[in-house]
Design a protein around this ligand. Structure first.
Ligand code: HEM
Length: 395
């Protein structure tokens, strides 16, 4: 057994550590001591899965690997949401919310909401010739999209954005996240009550009206889903957008190629998702004593599937550490796999496409600021650049 913190080394680059684990054993037992807030739940028995093949096995085998473990971690601030459900309950709840993310709905959001949001954020700095693209663009972007998709009045945005940020930072400040969750629940309660009286053209109204086999969502089921959208939909997408821009800015030849041929935008998005996985790990709990990759795992143990490690498995991808928009096979597990595969993946891809296209169109001559203080990607649970200082030709 090894200490996780010791194994983690420099969180700027956990990939050598993952490669080392994968080479020594595809499933490693780890003593997990990393907790920045002592109130966050302590996990004692943890197995890390780093190969693509075994990651796929775990995520597609819901009988042996349950999602119920989320109840004692993120479930404490979200309530009972679909991410922590198993079996028929999960299938039924997922079917009820999935309609709101179908292609026809997304098309309608693309200009009205996503394009408008990117446009107004870029308007604020396009004349300056310089910007930090994280605080000024990638960070506020997806949470504003969610605020608009939910139909929240603009006057409420500052409060909503503050509470969302506090909820998302759950592993750093548990008490504040619990308080934010309580306040958001009260706020969403008012919105749901209002939409029950007057349906509107927004996601909350769609969730209220959704019906599958005579079932409808109760308020107690809508709250956790709305709360889940904050970490699931906003945190991940802001990070993936930052990683995409970082990958391209770090290799001006690839940036020029994508600028010249917009047909490469989807390839750049998929490669960025593979290369720097925004949410590195998903968790499952062993439902019985079992064996995985020749390693015995006791019932109740936490199985941490490293999507980041799986995405860089050399058995699948040659030169896995290189960001290469032109690689032939860019398949990745950044949206998970199996029954819980990300429900918002089409929305996330659409957001990244609209964001990158707007950046290429509106910020000519875009480059990393040569005076920038060491831009980099970091993180062990979530990964993205904390800052992206750039220069460009002002509008
Ligand atoms: C690049 C951005 C995104 C990434 C990398 C990502 C990643 C993931 C992953 C890995 C899972 C599976 C979790 C598990 O198996 O335990 C997941 C589930 C989920 N995601 Fe995303 N996600 C992204 C964007 C979004 C967006 C934009 C939304 C909605 C607004 C969203 C909503 C969800 C929901 C509701 C689930 C739970 C599905 C279920 O449990 O059946 N995600 N996401």
């Amino acid at each position: 057994m090894r200490q996780f913190a010791e194994l983690a080394g420099d969180v700027r680059d956990p990939y050598p550590m993952f490669a080392g684990i994968r080479e020594s054993t595809p499933v490693m037992e780890i003593q997990y001591g990393a907790r920045s807030d002592p109130k966050a739940p302590r996990v004692t028995s943890l197995f890390s899965v780093t190969s693509h093949e075994l990651a796929e096995q775990v995520l597609t085998d819901t009988a042996r690997f349950s999602s119920a473990g989320y109840a004692s971690s993120i479930g404490q601030v979200l309530g009972r949401s679909i991410i922590g459900m198993d079996g028929p309950e999960h299938v039924r709840q997922r079917a009820l919310v999935a309609g709101a993310f179908r292609a026809r709905v997304l098309d309608r959001w693309s200009d009205e909401i996503i394009g408008a949001t990117v446009g107004e954020l870029i308007d604020a700095f396009a004349g300056d010739g310089h910007a930090d693209l994280v605080p000024q663009l990638t960070y506020p972007f997806p949470i504003r999209v969610i605020a608009r998709v939910l139909g929240l009045p603009e006057a409420d945005w500052p409060r909503f954005l503050r509470l969302s940020t506090e909820l998302i930072a759950v592993m750093r400040n548990w008490d504040r996240a619990v308080a934010a969750s309580r306040e958001l629940r009260g706020y969403f309660g008012e919105i749901i009550a209002d939409r029950r009286r007057h349906a509107r053209d927004d996601l909350v109204s769609q969730l209220i009206e959704a019906e599958v086999d005579g079932h409808r969502l109760k308020d107690e089921e809508i709250y956790p889903f709305l709360l889940l959208l904050l970490p699931a939909g906003a945190e991940t997408t802001y990070r993936s957008s930052g990683n995409l821009l970082f990958g391209l800015l770090g290799d001006p030849a690839q940036l020029d190629a994508v600028r010249a041929d917009r047909g490469l935008v989807p390839a750049a998005i998929e490669e960025a998702l593979r290369w720097e996985t925004p949410a590195l790990t998903v968790a499952r709990t062993a439902t019985a004593d079992l064996e995985l990759g020749g390693v015995r795992i006791p019932a109740g143990a936490l199985v941490a599937v490293s999507l980041g490690a799986a995405n860089r498995d050399p058995l699948l991808h040659p030169h896995p550490d290189t960001f290469d928009v032109f690689r032939a096979d860019k398949q990745h597990m950044s949206f998970g796999d199996g029954a819980h595969t990300c429900l918002g993946m089409h929305l996330a891809r659409l957001e990244m496409r609209i964001l990158l296209t707007a950046v290429l169109d509106r910020l000519p001559g875009l480059r990393l600021d040569p005076g920038a203080d060491d831009p980099h990607i970091h993180g062990l649970l979530f990964r993205s650049p904390p800052n992206l200082p750039v220069r460009f030709d002002p509008e």
